[in-house]
Design a protein around this ligand. Structure first.
Ligand SMILES: O=C(NCCCOCn1ccc2cnccc21)c1cc(-c2ccc(F)cc2)cc(O)c1O
Ligand SMILES: [Mg+2]
Length: 221
């Protein structure tokens, strides 16, 4: 049976990347996807914005919705301090298995836990089953129409605290209009838009950062 694009990405990483070197895995995927086959990794331009927000959040516990091949999980996990962790949810079993191998090649398997399933089923399990208290950082990169309902679900499950940082990909393309409407009209969140481009293309895109109750967090210190 013909190999999938994601399997070909794994082949390229396995053959070209330096084992245990996250930067080389990131560069290898970006090179493959800009030269051979486009794929929906956050990419290097938006990836730099992701890096900056992760460094600002300096999370102890981070959540990603939409693992795909593990590219953004590696970008996030490579910046995490010792004894901190990234939980990433993927519902496509083939993607989850490929991401697992690519994250292993990057040497970040200790820091990253891939949870297979739908976000709406897994989010309510995070406290009890995955021993999460609250999430310091959440990267939204899954079905765009799930960004708003899953943000509400995270709230309902008591998983967000004062100062929790959300970062959403693809605000312009493919677009997440319901999420933008919800988050920018919600007084509990302070939003910032970061204009950029669709991964590996000259198409406009943007990321949206939303900080929960920022003032309250600031008042605490
Ligand atoms: O669709 C995209 N991502 C989402 C994947 C499915 O995610 C499904 N999924 C993953 C966990 C998970 C958990 N629960 C439910 C669904 C869950 C996505 C799409 C494009 C894109 C841009 C231009 C095009 F011409 C075509 C596509 C770019 C992106 O950056 C994206 O992120
Ligand atoms: Mg995306």
């Amino acid at each position: 049976m013909d190999q999938s694009k994601e399997q070909r990405i794994l082949n390229s990483v396995s053959y070209n990347a330096v084992k245990g070197d996250p930067e080389s895995v990131i560069n290898c995927i970006d090179k493959y996807c800009s030269q051979y086959e486009w794929a929906m990794n956050v990419g290097d331009e938006k990836g730099t914005i992701l890096d900056k927000v992760v460094e600002e959040a300096d999370p102890s516990v981070a959540l990603e919705l939409g693992t795909y091949c593990g590219y953004s999980a590696i970008r996030i996990a490579r910046l995490l301090k010792p004894n901190t962790r990234l939980l990433t949810i993927e519902f496509n079993p083939e993607f989850a298995s490929i991401a697992k191998e690519i994250i292993e090649i990057a040497g970040l398997s200790e820091k990253v836990t891939i949870l297979e399933g739908h976000s709406e089923d897994i989010i309510p399990q995070l406290k009890k089953k995955y021993e999460v208290e609250t999430l310091d950082f959440v990267f939204l990169d899954h079905w765009k129409e799930r960004y708003a309902p899953d943000t509400i679900l995270l709230e309902e499950c008591g998983l967000l605290r004062k100062g929790s940082i959300l970062l959403a990909d693809n605000i312009i393309y493919p677009g997440a209009p319901e999420f933008i409407k919800y988050i920018r009209s919600n007084k509990r969140f302070e939003c910032t838009s970061y204009p950029s481009h669709l991964e590996y293309m000259k198409v406009e895109d943007a990321m949206e950062k939303a900080v929960k109750d920022p003032g309250a967090a600031a008042m605490l210190f």
